[in-house]
Design a protein around this ligand. Sequence first.
Ligand code: CAA
Length: 261
Amino acid sequence: TGQYENIIASKPDPTITLITLNRPKALNALSSPLFHELNSALAAAEVDDEVGCIVLTGSEKAFAAGADIKEMKDIKYHEAYGKDFLGHWAQLSKIRKPIIAAVSGFALGGGCELALMCDIILASPTAKFGQPEINLGVIPGGGGSQRLAKTIGKSRTMELTLTGRTFSAQEAEKWGMVSRVVGEGEGEVVKEAVEMAKLISSRGKLAVQAGKEVVNAAFELPLGEGLRFERRLFQSLFATNDQKEGMAAFAEKRKPTFTHT
Ligand code: CAA
């Protein structure tokens, strides 16, 4: 739709919102206006009853080359801390529908962190990740140090944070940061992400929402609490029509028709 300047929001399928970062001249640097538009598009997808899954992507050359360095270079401490600079980035992690990042090209600094905030990362072989903030005299500020440490371990995270070196899609896959590296072709990673999003959207929405909630709980809760939370949500799904339909369909050897109730 034409309502945004820095992103494009579209629906390649009635059940999917595709958000494409679109500041090609700045390699999709994540300026405040861009991020506010991203938050608006995510909020719109969240309340669109047809939509079951969101795909977030950039261009072939860059998913996003980080926070906008030109915008932040003159910010003073009292402004950064006083106005909670980058605090609005956290809105993305409040979205309850699944978000798939389809990453080609540079995903550096805030771009890498943006991918890490998503629920699933698919990478093109061209993807180039990194946390190069150390080269700018700072450190990751969009969650990179925390999410990387929990995902790929302390030693690797420390190396990447302190040297700023970039890493490949293959490394990211080997370390468990991305779920898959897909084919080379142009647009392939987005195509693959949209197919995955369609599959997720075809499932019962309440179960999908619960699934996202429990997996994310693994990053926040101690194991005992996480296991209890998972079991309680699992049990609660027996109150849904989709559980009755899903299990009846299995027993009757037919496809389920979920009503998201
Ligand atoms: N912010 C603002 N502008 C950026 C940018 C960024 N993060 N990354 C690239 N651009 C701009 C460049 O300034 C350039 O603009 P001009 O044409 O007006 O000069 C344009 O995008 C194209 O970039 P390059 O000419 O540099 O392209 P390249 O192919 O030679 O290099 C690159 C690509 C290696 C990604 C290089 O652009 C680069 O190193 N970018 C910065 C990466 C970075 O340091 N990211 C971390 C930012 S800090 C951060 O994100 C903080 C946080 O944790 C939240």
